[in-house]
Structure formats: structure tokens, C-alpha cells
Write a new protein. Structure first.
Length: 258
């Protein structure tokens, strides 16, 4: 009898701790995610690289499901000679892109109640194949990516001169002239105030301004997209739940054996 009472007290104590574990996780946590890092040049289809891992996330002190800041480790998104053929006649003279790139470390925070913003560089290069497929291209346009997602300008001189100007990321709206791209921070029900709930997601965007000495492509607008989806993970709560189930099963077994 005493053993059964102690079990019930222990189970009750574990159940009482669950809200505390959830609240602690809402304040600061390492959350599992899956995601994709995309580079979109002009009207071409995006070049996408998938990634997964853990993000360091802090919530708004007044709303535990609202993201206040997040950071991401380097090299969670990486590709080597990723070939993207281009067959749309409207994209001429571009007939393919080969990308080698990976993300640097990123840190994003919300300022004054506005959207998330911050820097995450993309290291690498995107080679744009002109006037032929990438195996038969007459000319190549090398687009340096080092300034993408952090700001500054990078230039390459050669048969085709290229200057790339980058900018930080935002979950708000990024613009290149009249062309815009929008980010978001949303919970599973579509509200920004619940983005940290399981299955919440964040999209950050960054504008990329590309200038060349090619008359038909003197200005090439481009955008980077970083989309993160929070994966529901077992963590402490499942371990606690497993312990509770084992205790309950033990109690039932004890009663049967008695």
C-alpha cells in the first residue's frame, strides 16, 4: 500500500514538472529543424540546398511562442557543383547554373518589435552558363556569393565583369528597385505570435544586386531565401512520459502479481 502511494506521489510530481519544462524551453532552447537555402537569379527557378540540425532560439519574454532571436551554425547547408539546367527560352542566354556554396554562421534578432534581421554569409560561387549548356557554354558568368546575406560588394574582372552587392537578411520585405520578396515568421495556425510552436516556420530573405558589363544582362536582380521549419522533438517531455508509462505499467504488474 505504501509503495503504491509513493508511486502516485512520484507520478504526480513528474506531471507537475511538465509545464515547467515547457516554459523553460520557450525561453531559450536548441530546436531541431529542417530547411532549405535557396538562391534565385532573376526569373530562373531557385537553386535549393536542403539542410537540418539544431537552432539556438530565444523567445520573447512576454510571449514564449514568439521568436525574439535565433542563431544557426555554419555549414548546415552546403552544396558542391550543384547543377541546375535551364531550358526556358525566355531565360536566354542562360542555359544552366552550377553552384558551390555553404552558409556561414548566422545570428538574427527582432528589433523594436519588428521583423527578425541579421547576417549569415554564403561562401562560394554560382557559375552561370551562357549561350550553351554548362558542358558546352560559350561563356560563363561567375557570381561571387561571399557578400550575400551580410552586405558589402564583391567584384570579379574578366571577359564578363561582375559586381555583387549584398545585404543582411530579414523576415520582413526585401527589395531590389520595384521587385520585392517577403519573409515570414509563422506558427502552425498562421500567426506570427506562435512561430515557436511545433511545426512553426521562419523564412528570411536577402536582396542580391548583380551588375555586369553584358548589355542584355547589365542588372540581374536576385534574392536569397532561408526557410526553416521547426520539427517537433521528444526531448525531456518524452523521457518524462516514458518514465510515467513505466511506472504505471509497473503498478499494474504489481497489482496483478498480488
Amino acid at each position: 500500500m505504501r509503495h503504491a502511494i509513493l508511486k502516485r506521489l512520484f507520478v504526480g510530481a513528474l506531471l507537475a514538472l511538465i509545464p515547467s519544462f515547457a516554459a523553460a524551453r520557450a525561453q531559450a532552447a536548441a530546436l531541431a529543424f529542417t530547411g532549405v537555402l535557396e538562391l534565385q537569379l532573376a526569373a530562373l527557378d531557385p537553386i535549393g540546398v536542403s539542410g537540418a540540425g539544431f537552432l539556438s532560439v530565444e523567445s520573447d519574454p512576454e510571449n514564449p511562442n514568439h521568436i525574439d532571436s535565433l542563431s544557426i551554425a555554419p555549414a548546415l547547408f552546403a552544396a558542391t557543383r550543384l547543377l541546375v539546367p535551364v531550358s526556358d527560352p525566355a531565360a536566354m542566354p542562360i542555359q544552366g547554373v552550377i553552384a558551390t556554396a555553404q552558409n556561414g554562421g548566422g545570428a538574427f534578432a527582432r528589433q523594436g518589435g519588428g521583423p527578425l534581421g541579421g547576417t549569415m554569409p554564403i561562401f562560394g560561387v554560382a557559375k552561370v552558363c551562357l549561350f550553351g549548356t554548362c558542358s558546352e557554354a560559350i561563356a560563363n558568368l561567375s557570381v561571387p556569393l561571399s557578400v550575400v546575406g551580410q552586405g558589402g560588394a564583391a567584384a570579379i574582372s574578366g571577359p564578363v565583369n561582375v559586381t555583387v552587392t549584398g545585404a543582411p537578411w530579414t523576415s520582413g520585405t526585401a527589395a531590389i528597385g520595384a521587385i520585392t520578396a517577403m519573409g515570414f515568421s509563422l506558427g502552425p495556425e498562421g500567426f506570427a505570435s506562435s512561430a515557436l510552436q511545433p511545426s512553426g516556420s521562419v523564412r528570411l530573405v536577402t536582396p542580391i544586386f548583380i551588375q555586369t558589363n553584358l548589355g542584355a544582362s547589365a542588372v540581374v536582380p536576385a534574392f536569397g531565401f532561408l526557410t526553416l521549419h521547426f520539427v517537433p522533438e521528444p526531448g525531456t517531455l518524452v523521457l518524462v512520459g516514458t518514465g510515467i508509462a513505466a511506472l504505471l505499467a509497473g503498478g499494474r504488474g504489481g497489482r496483478r502479481s498480488g
